[in-house]
Design a protein around this ligand. Structure first.
Ligand SMILES: Cc1ncc(COP(=O)(O)O)c(C=O)c1O
Length: 390
């Protein structure tokens, strides 16, 4: 392939040239003055993107490492935890808490649906001993975004600690950490941040620090207290992912140039366009309604005639045309495809992706009206009046 493929998986996402160039800078001493200057700049940039005054911690790890750090620092063995799970990553968060010895209650939704704040309210009303609530903001496996503002309101009303997996949302979907009272918010570099995988970033509230001081789970690599003390000295405990952090500085500059509201609106517009294109191709979305459909990943059912092994042939054709989209996870394997559109994905990318999606489906016998999906996408890009998911 002469050109790099269109990477439309929900992470890793495309890395803009500006960011690539920044990452190619010569290595520095991670205990020297350059790094001591870089780290506070990154912390400030992340605080801006997370919309918080809370402490920011940065670890060399993927998103799961960030989630594990949260469990290891705020949950104690034997403690009751509620995991709100609407898909594979919600299940993972629950499993992780179980692995640390927590007694995990699960509020599980059918895949494609979002959690209902009233159900959460009733559950927390019944279960006074649940100290911590784990919620996935944007469920990447199903392309569904939880109504986090309302869910957070419920958790705060019941005075529980709120830990949010914002791996595929923060920086792409509005998540005002302080306004919504999120105690721990976690993300990862390979998502909306336009960076390679390898860095997890999280915010920690005062209440989470108080819990951290008392929590008894074993922790070493991810010990938040030591991380905070080291970061206060302009260093990290272990060797940081220096090149990715060079990239983060540039990515944050790009994000500041565009502005958070514009970034969130772009994601909503692009998502609306992909949903419109799917509809025009005669395909059904996994998300139970447009209101809960994710601004960063669109999960689409294959037509009945193209499921299972046939779906593999369709993926192959798309790849041959330079398009890489995500496959279904777990029980959705062979049934859906997922279009990732977070980070550096802009309006012209929608057009290029839809063209190949249409061609690939047609090549495998799916009836399409040539150009209908493109027109639908273009109309959605021009006319949609995105509003923020809440
Ligand atoms: C919502 C969500 N949570 C957690 C993860 C796990 O992140 P990682 O694969 O970086 O460990 C992902 C990754 O796709 C995700 O999308």
């Amino acid at each position: 392939m002469i050109q790099p493929p269109q990477l439309r998986i929900p992470g890793p996402t495309p890395v803009p040239e500006r960011v690539q160039r920044a990452m190619a800078a010569p290595m520095i001493n991670h205990r020297g003055p350059e790094f001591r200057a870089l780290l506070p700049e990154l912390e400030a940039g992340l605080r801006w993107a997370f919309q918080t005054e809370n402490d920011m911690l940065i670890f060399p790890a993927s998103g799961t490492g960030g989630l594990e750090s949260a469990v290891a620092n705020v949950v104690s063995p034997g403690e009751r935890v509620l995991a709100v799970t609407i898909g594979a990553f919600g299940d993972r968060f629950a499993d992780l808490a179980e692995a640390f010895g927590a007694e995990v209650a699960r509020l599980t939704l059918p895949w494609g649906e979002a959690a209902d704040p009233e159900d959460l309210d009733a559950l927390l009303g019944r279960e006074a001993d649940i100290a911590t609530v784990l919620i996935t903001h944007n469920e990447t496996s199903t392309g569904v975004t939880n109504p986090l503002r309302s869910l957070a309101e419920v958790v705060k009303r019941h005075n529980r600690l709120l830990v949010v997996d914002g791996v595929s949302s923060i920086g792409s979907i509005d998540l005002p950490v302080d306004r919504w009272g999120v105690d721990v918010a976690i993300t990862a570099s390979q998502k909306g941040w336009m960076l390679p995988p390898g860095v997890t970033m999280l915010s920690v509230s005062k209440a989470a620090w108080e819990r951290q001081a008392k929590a008894r789970s074993p922790r070493f690599y991810f010990d938040w207290d030591r991380a905070r003390k080291m970061q206060a000295k302009g260093m990290t405990f272990t060797t940081p992912a220096v090149s990715i952090l060079f990239g983060l500085r540039e990515a944050l500059l790009m994000m500041r140039e565009e502005g958070l509201p514009a970034i969130f609106q772009r994601h909503l517009r692009v998502a609306a366009a992909f949903r419109a294109a799917a509809g025009a191709l005669g395909l059904r979305l996994l998300a139970s309604s447009p209101e809960v459909a994710s601004p960063t990943v669109t999960a689409v059912y294959f037509p009945d005639a193209l499921t299972g092994e046939k779906s593999e042939a369709v993926f192959k054709t798309w790849r041959e045309h330079g398009l890489v989209v995500g496959e279904g996870q777990g029980k959705l394997s062979g049934k859906i495809f997922r279009i990732g559109h977070l980070g550096a994905v802009y309006e012209p990318d929608v057009v290029a992706t839809v063209e190949v999606l249409e061609r690939g489906l047609e090549a495998h016998g799916h009836p399409v009206t040539r150009g209908a999906a493109l027109s639908a996408a273009r109309r959605a890009l021009q006319s949609s009046e995105p509003s923020l998911v809440a």
